[in-house]
Design a protein. Structure first.
Length: 193
């Protein structure tokens, strides 16, 4: 393994660690339906994809998803059978977080790369929302029907959007604002030397 690959691995490990630590600080409360908002826990994954491309982005996002799975293992324990457990693992963790690795795919459509970053965040976070919506509709509604009496699809989108949309907005704003002062890091200059 050459020194450039070792450097990239160390840098990605550092960014995954930062994202993991940020994910531990959830803000709960003011939104009525539940869920938690982190302060840009997935922004390091976006930065990995921007710096090193989609292959590294998806790979690192997959690693991050497995860490989140371990941290949220109690959610999987609610599954009454193996098929439901697999559904929770795939929809709430593996697919939901791995799609963030595709966030650099939209750069080529914009002259100003920071708009590509923002569009990448909006699209991939929307895909993550879709994963959680499907999980809520297919799995969680069966395990725990919502107490509000709402239609399952309405409840699932309302619950999941109540934390994912603010997360998407916060992350997009921070990425956009930080792009100019941190451009050399967004574009691939060494974070650790």
């Amino acid at each position: 393994m050459d020194s450039k690959t070792i450097h990239r691995l160390a840098e990605c490990a550092l960014l995954i660690a930062v994202g993991t630590v940020l994910s531990l600080f959830e803000f709960k409360g003011i939104w009525a339906l539940g869920g938690g908002i982190t302060f840009c826990a997935m922004l390091p994954l976006v930065m990995i994809a921007q710096r090193h491309g989609t292959k590294w982005g998806v790979g690192c996002a997959l690693v991050y998803s497995l860490i989140q799975l371990v941290l949220g293992l109690s959610n999987v324990q609610y599954a009454p059978d193996a098929l439901t457990a697999i559904g929770i693992i795939l929809l709430d963790y593996v697919l939901a977080f791995s799609v963030i690795g595709f966030s650099a795919c939209f750069n080529k459509f914009f002259k100003d790369r920071r708009w590509g970053v923002v569009v990448g965040i909006v699209v991939t976070f929307s895909l993550r929302l879709l994963c959680h919506f499907l999980s809520g509709l297919i799995i969680w509604e069966v395990l725990w029907p919502n107490g509000e009496g709402w239609a399952p699809a309405v409840w699932s989108i309302a619950y999941n959007a109540s934390y994912m949309v603010p997360e998407m907005i916060i992350t997009s704003v921070v990425a956009f604002v930080s792009f100019a002062p941190l451009k050399k890091y967004w574009m691939g200059d060494a974070i650790v030397k």
